[in-house]
Ligand binder design. Structure first.
Ligand SMILES: CC(C)(COP(=O)(O)OP(=O)(O)OC[C@H]1O[C@@H](n2cnc3c(N)ncnc32)[C@H](O)[C@@H]1OP(=O)(O)O)[C@@H](O)C(=O)NCCC(=O)NCCS
Length: 180
């Protein structure tokens, strides 16, 4: 069974997705579609799988991204940057369905997000990926080279508060195998 990553479609049935995190599930079920198709404030990418060509696709996980900007002095390497807003790609949300954890789905979505940031860099400018990480997920992002941004409080309204983390594009590790 091949895992594929593609943009969310209006026809996707999101109602059965369960990440175990209520806020993330509510976002995916109710807001991801209107944000993407009506307001155009972000795009959600889904990792999908189907048992055969005739079977409908299952949604294994999702990543929501949006363009953002940081001041140069908020960036780890900002001293060498010009003194105006610096473009980054924000990974606003990332979740894997509980039934598909531990298969590399989040890793694949993260790598896909980094590739999007690289396209953004080459097409319109982008210096890295910004994420507002839940405290229990900072270790996940640290493994991929994200560093906490001391100057920024996370923008997701949650308790405990999210921690802003940043991956400069120059430090991205090489691609590894896709999810099994
Ligand atoms: C965190 C989450 C996205 C991981 O999804 P997943 O698809 O099971 O993750 P993967 O299988 O791609 O894991 C990749 C690696 O990260 C590790 N990992 C997973 N969650 C981790 C965490 N919270 N802290 C540290 N490492 C973690 C895995 O063990 C795996 O390591 P390995 O390659 O050595 O086996 C998932 O548990 C989830 O949806 N949690 C609820 C929502 C959430 O916390 N989202 C993060 C947004 S801030």
């Amino acid at each position: 069974m091949a895992v594929r990553i593609r943009a969310l479609a209006e026809s996707d049935d999101r109602a059965g997705f369960r990440s175990g995190n209520e806020a993330l599930d509510l976002f995916f079920h109710q807001y991801a579609g209107q944000n993407q198709f009506r307001h155009h404030v972000g795009v959600t990418y889904v990792a999908t799988e189907s048992a055969s060509e005739d079977e409908s696709e299952q949604l294994l996980g999702f990543a929501t991204v949006a363009p953002a900007a940081l001041d140069a002095d908020e960036l780890p390497n900002g001293k060498s940057m010009p003194p105006y807003p610096i473009p980054v790609l924000r990974l606003a949300r990332l979740a894997t369905d509980e039934r598909h954890r531990g298969r590399g789905v989040a890793l694949a979505l993260l790598r896909f997000t980094i590739e999007l940031a690289e396209h953004q860099r080459d097409e319109v400018g982008c210096v890295g990926v910004l994420v507002d990480a839940k405290p229990e997920s900072t270790a996940f992002y640290e493994r991929f080279g994200f560093v906490p941004l001391d100057t920024l409080a996370g923008e997701i309204l949650s308790a405990p508060r999210a921690i802003s983390m940043f991956l400069p594009l120059g430090s991205v590790p090489r691609r590894t195998a896709p999810p099994a």
